[in-house]
Design a protein around this ligand. Sequence first.
Ligand SMILES: Cc1cc2nc3c(=O)[nH]c(=O)nc-3n(C[C@H](O)[C@H](O)[C@H](O)COP(=O)(O)OP(=O)(O)OC[C@H]3O[C@@H](n4cnc5c(N)ncnc54)[C@H](O)[C@@H]3O)c2cc1C
Length: 360
Amino acid sequence: MKIAIVGAGPGGSTCALQLARQHGHEVTLLDRDEFPRPKTCGSGLGPRCLQLFQEIDLADKLEPMAQKIHGLRFVGPGGNEAVLSSNKVEAWIIARSQFDAEIAFAAERAGAKFVQGFNAKRLLRNPSGRIVGISDGKTEVEADLMIFADGAHSRFSIDKRPRRQIAAIMAWYEGVPYQPGILEMYFDKRVKPWYGWLFPETDTRVNVGICYDPEDPADPKRLLDDVIATHVGDRLKNAQQVGKYKGHPIVYTEGVGPITSPGAIWIGESARLTNAATGEGISYAMRSACVAADVISRHDRADSTLLMEYQQATTKHFALPLKTAVGFMNFVNTPAFGMASSLITSRAVQGAMRYLLANA
Ligand SMILES: Cc1cc2nc3c(=O)[nH]c(=O)nc-3n(C[C@H](O)[C@H](O)[C@H](O)COP(=O)(O)OP(=O)(O)OC[C@H]3O[C@@H](n4cnc5c(N)ncnc54)[C@H](O)[C@@H]3O)c2cc1C
């Protein structure tokens, strides 16, 4: 099949890589940017990502770029805190500029055509209304199947439900002392039910940020500064901010919506597949790409059976995680979370938590 993919984030590039490896398709990966390019993101890659990198044979390439994380400094809504650590690596941080470029170029090496600087603007349709390609206003790319992986602001989304969003803003600093291998999460009341964070991105640079309610009338930069000043405190004294503050929404859903249309499917955040509680979207995007590639591998035509199978497989895979994440987000909004977090940080329970982190 001729397959064109719009968006070379983790979703689109993973899909291009997996499809190119099937050797039966002509795959074109399109992105409006030139790579490597920055992406506003904490760049945290949790256990689901690490498992997936093994499955799709990317772990060895990515590992040398990673800051290895084995523990968490957790601060609860009452200011109670604990450092929970494990004796094995639980997560990686890799700056998105490097991470996204690595997967996109891996797809290119596997045989996909990677077209950069292509800003997709207009769908091509045949007389019956089927999507048959994409145009940037200058070039038309025809395809038997279009895959949209164009992220939170997806221009081509067909999901008519209101977009539920988490607002997020972040900044980067050099010279903030941190405990190596430990990332920090602050369940601060000011950003409830979400949180602030500090992630070590390189040996000398950290990224800090907050996920917060988009309806919050506070000035986002001040809110971020206040939350970070509270929890990073004196460690900011000799730090230098690098670059500007960057804000970007995270789009989430409690259930998989419409993600197919004749001739096209949607994956990753353009299909609203993110974790509403944590804002995590990289593993969701990459997993949905793998689900799509797997379904496509069983078909030689992009017909209605392929679309139905993709919708069903995605729903089967994501229904529970999406619902659980919204449930957790709602739980953080209740007084019970305050109690639970003081338990997590109590000395008696920390031993058990450490044991769980090490063995789970
Ligand atoms: C502040 C912040 C922090 C986050 N932190 C984390 C984290 O630590 N860990 C985590 O797992 N997730 C995190 N996320 C979520 C994560 O960034 C996204 O969910 C994830 O990137 C989604 O991947 P994707 O491939 O679906 O889309 P994206 O990564 O958004 O990629 C979409 C791509 O499509 C391209 N594109 C868009 N429109 C067009 C067009 N018209 N034509 C051509 N190309 C187009 C873009 O250039 C981009 O390259 C965070 C998000 C934010 C905002």
